[in-house]
Design a protein around this ligand. Structure first.
Ligand code: PGA
Length: 251
């Protein structure tokens, strides 16, 4: 059985004060919803407030990025050890916004993934095609390539701490959701890539999320699909009622 994981990705939203307020409001709404893991990935500056507010609840805290070196002259960066010491359990890696605006490459995604796993973090690795790549017919090729690149040198044992999020770039923040069938197909390509490297039995155990305009209205249909084991949720994770409804859909 694969674990369903519903994770919010706040992006550059919420201050520390708002973080504490939000989590205190959300916690009773998702309490006891044990059919999925509930995660909020928050800006680095919000992490202490988030960890504190989430104490004693079933909400787990994630970061939105991690550097691949353990320490050193990397101004503005945050290491995996800094995150774990702060109480972070998950980290988003290779989000399309980082690939698009911050020169993230498949290679750095891989290095960050290894750094996160070696520090004991759970990595939420994002892959996804642009609209142009989809229209050219490269969705499967691209998803398999990105997945395999991200997981280079990740052992089968370490893979237990990897979640892959299929996020079609054209569906992120646009209000255009992939159809449930498109999400299932994309997630299936990711799983097939994992199977090609680690074998089908291992691939069956890996949580593959869908992300891209998932919300309180479409979550149930998306999550009902065979290959969709959860969601990575941007906009709708900023509204407690909507995020709660997605957690409910996963029950
Ligand atoms: P969205 O973002 O739900 O706002 O489309 C998803 C994501 O970028 O993870």
């Amino acid at each position: 059985m694969r674990k369903t994981v519903i994770a919010g990705n706040w992006k550059m939203n919420m201050t520390p004060a708002k973080t504490a307020e939000f989590i205190k409001a959300l916690a009773p709404m998702v309490a006891g919803k044990d059919k999925c893991d509930v995660v909020l990935c928050v800006p680095a500056i919000d992490i202490p407030a988030a960890v504190e507010a989430a104490k004693g609840t079933n909400i787990k805290i994630g970061a939105e990025n991690v550097h691949f070196k353990a320490s050193g002259a990397f101004t503005g960066e945050i290491s995996a050890e800094m995150l774990t010491e702060a109480g972070v359990e998950y980290v988003v890696i290779g989000h399309s916004e980082r690939r698009q605006y911050f020169a993230e490459t498949d290679q750095t995604v891989n290095l960050r993934t290894l750094a996160a796993l070696n520090a004991g973090l759970k990595a939420i690795v994002c892959v996804g095609e642009t609209l142009e790549q989809r229209e050219l017919g490269y969705t499967e090729t691209l998803l398999k390539f990105q997945t395999k690149m991200a997981l280079t040198n990740v052992s089968a044992e370490q893979l237990k701490n990897v979640i892959v999020a299929y996020e079609p770039v054209w569906a992120i923040g646009t209000g255009v959701t992939a159809t449930a069938d498109q999400a299932d197909e994309g997630n299936g390509f990711v799983r097939a890539a994992i199977a090609e490297v680690y074998g089908a039995d291992v691939a069956e155990t890996v949580t593959v999320q869908y992300g891209g305009s998932m919300n309180d209205k479409n979550a149930a249909e998306l999550l009902a699909k065979e290959n969709v084991d959860g969601g990575l949720i941007g906009g709708a994770s900023l509204v407690a009622e909507k995020f709660k409804a997605i957690v409910d859909a996963a029950q």
